[in-house]
Design a protein around this ligand. Structure first.
Ligand code: SAH
Length: 396
């Protein structure tokens, strides 16, 4: 049961009745005295009435993360178990657990009512990413529950470096069970990938792009493809294996990622791919200067914007790469353009593309506007989780 309560300022309770899970410190009027970071608290409106129950943080911008709106529900083991079961059952019903070597997101933080907790499955292993102090404090119990529910061969707990400071997380890397010394091999759409669960970007693989890879591949037949920001080569491999692309050039600035990409091409016996270690912006300019043309260009850059302030800069960077990509495309070319910056809205992104098309003097027909795969759901009460945009377009 709660240790204390957090009372809201007048006229600040509306979003929490609508089940938004983040109570910013600016909305808080009063915190009962004994409450410390990681404690369960009741959120009260300015008249002292119950709104929701959550976990307090004394210094984070998010003062309370909310987990239940039912006053009779306590945040105990049985509660966390129910939440985990509900999250896992969605992925099971989507068929994401059918392949023993498959990989998917099992728990996606707020979208699964588990703010601050991410659980990704890579075959028989789990990678847990903690983004909240309250979850970190309960990690042992959560791991017990995950082990009971899923019987993984091993698991590893990681923290997102950007959240360490924000949430005051001070965690030594933790593992349970047996984890392979080297990489794990997973399968997605029949393609094998080597994944480094300890050092890979995100939790090892860009699971959110799963269905976009296949959708993009369907447009690649006989095309010469440029896969910029290719990481371990997944878009390019799908373009060849499922799309029948003629040839792929994959470009990334990380040698480690390219080593995995090479391994992945070998694992699947795929030729017709060339990997280049280079800065994407420079490659675009060089290719343009040399007059090269492609049948398809894939742009999946890292997050350009982390906050509101850098939004304009981010849009300029997107504009630049998209403009040059459009210029590199043959007539009747295909552009696959993505953004994983949460602060760039879908509308901003389309406007950016329209501007790039105008500058490049090309016509862009959007064929599909996609988001992340359904193992990364978005709750209507927390649209902040909707970060991924992927536009498939034909360019003339
Ligand atoms: N498309 C990939 C994910 C790309 S993530 C997939 O689906 O798996 C973004 C990638 O961009 C990372 O691999 C990162 O190493 C790379 N990157 C970051 N900055 C870069 C730059 N300036 N030039 C080229 N690659 C860059």
């Amino acid at each position: 049961m709660p240790t204390g309560s957090v009372r809201l300022k007048p006229r600040k309770s509306r979003p929490f009745y609508a089940r938004h899970p983040w109570v910013l410190r600016t909305a808080v009027a009063k915190v009962s005295r004994s409450v410390q970071s990681g404690d369960v608290v009741d959120l009260l409106n300015d008249r002292g009435e119950f709104v929701a129950r959550g976990i307090y943080h004394a210094t984070s911008r998010i003062a309370v993360r909310l987990y239940t709106w039912d006053p009779t529900e306590s945040l105990d083991d049985a509660f966390w178990l129910r939440r985990l079961q509900t999250a896992i059952s969605l992925r099971r019903s989507l068929g994401f657990l059918d392949d023993q070597q498959g990989a998917c997101r099992l728990v996606f933080s707020e979208a699964d009512g588990l703010s601050g907790l991410i659980v990704d499955r890579y075959g028989p292993y789990l990678v847990i990413q903690l983004n909240a102090f309250g979850m970190a404090r309960r990690i042992e119990g959560l791991l017990d529950l995950l082990e009971d529910l899923l019987q993984p061969e091993g698991l590893i707990v990681r923290t997102d470096s950007t959240m360490v400071a924000a949430e005051g997380l001070d965690l030594a890397p933790q593992t349970r069970g047996t984890l392979p010394e080297a990489n794990v091999t997973i399968r997605e759409h029949g393609i094998l990938y080597t994944v480094d669960l300890r050092r890979g970007q995100k939790t090892g693989f860009y699971l959110d792009q799963r269905d976009n890879r296949l959708a993009a591949a369907s447009l690649m037949r006989d095309r010469r493809v440029l896969d910029l920001f290719c990481y371990s080569g997944s878009f390019g491999l799908n373009a060849i294996v499922h799309g029948g692309a003629r040839h792929v050039i994959g470009v990334d600035s990380s040698n480690t990622a390219l080593a995995w990409a090479r391994t992945n091409a070998e694992l699947n016996g795929v030729g017709r791919i060339e990997w280049r270690h280079a800065h994407a912006f420079r490659v675009l300019d060089e290719l343009k200067a040399s007059g090269e043309r492609f049948g398809a260009v894939i742009l999946d850059p890292p997050r350009f914007s982390r906050g509101r302030k850098s939004l304009r800069e981010a849009l300029r960077a997107y504009h630049r790469i998209n403009r040059v990509a459009l210029e590199l495309l043959e007539d009747d070319g295909i552009l696959v353009t993505c953004s994983c910056s949460g602060t760039v809205t879908a509308e901003d992104f389309v406007q950016m593309l329209a501007g790039a098309a105008e500058k490049a003097g090309r016509s862009v027909q959007m064929l599909e506007r996609r988001g992340a795969s359904p193992d990364h759901p978005v709750r209507t009460s927390c649209l902040e989780n909707e970060y991924l945009k992927c536009i498939l377009a034909r360019v003339t």
